[in-house]
Design a protein around this ligand. Structure first.
Ligand code: GRF
Length: 221
């Protein structure tokens, strides 16, 4: 049976800069660990390292300069139209540094995923690592969640935890968290591609066959 008969689920990944999470997901798809096809990488800027890397992998890329649009709504409309060209099963935000309008979020409701560099609901918003250090928490990490109109708030799919070390700076802590992001996001992407991730009626998440969705240091994906 040809491959097209069992077409793999389609992902579009949205980035704003380096795109290291996007790269980790693409590599998981290339290795077969994640049975999906990354149809496009779209950035909120026209020139980013992530776009160049994706193009080098033969993935279609689109750069939408958010500051070229008269309003947030106009940018989101153009972004939504670009995404719809690829008919994705899921849209993965990966280092996407734009707040999306409720209209956009509703349009992709149930298919919109994000990774946030903290253990939500702790430390929503920006500068999460500085927030963690300022509050003296001893554990920190990252969260992959469904996107809802409330920023950094949606149903949690998985989390990865890392220790906060005595001499950490925001940069050293960010680096440790980023390493964990590159473990949990490709794993969640694989679960999504396998059709195992379900939203319950009370806005919780279940993943078929997965007992624990908390990743710890040293644990392979
Ligand atoms: C990551 O910490 C991610 O959690 C946040 O943006 C940072 C950069 O991500 N949203 P990437 O290297 O662009 O994937």
């Amino acid at each position: 049976m040809s491959d097209t008969f069992f077409a793999r689920p389609r992902f579009v990944i949205l980035i704003s800069g380096h795109g290291s999470n996007m790269q980790a997901i693409v590599q998981a798809c290339q290795s077969g660990a994640c049975p999906a096809e990354v149809c496009a990488v779209i950035a909120s800027r026209t020139e980013t390292a992530g776009l160049a890397w994706a193009a080098s992998q033969g993935i279609e890329t689109i750069g939408l300069a958010h500051n070229a649009f008269p309003s947030r709504e106009a940018f989101d409309r153009a972004l939504a139209e670009a995404i719809d060209r690829f008919s994705p099963n899921y849209v993965l935000l990966a280092g996407f540094m734009r707040v999306l309008t409720p209209t956009f979020v509703e349009r992709f409701s149930g298919r919109l995923i994000n990774i946030h560099p903290s253990l939500l609901p702790s430390f929503p918003g920006l500068h999460t690592h500085a927030q963690a250090l300022a509050t003296g928490v001893q554990s920190h990490g990252c969260t992959v969640h469904f996107v809802t109109p409330v920023l950094d708030h949606g149903p949690i799919i998985a989390q990865g935890v890392v220790p906060v070390n005595a001499n950490d700076t925001p940069a050293t802590l960010a680096n440790r968290v980023l390493g964990m992001e590159h473990i949990i996001y490709p794993q969640v992407a694989a679960w999504l591609a396998q059709g195992r991730v379900h939203l319950t009626s009370d806005h919780r998440v279940q993943v078929d066959g997965v007992e624990t969705r908390l990743f710890t240091p040293g644990q392979s994906s």
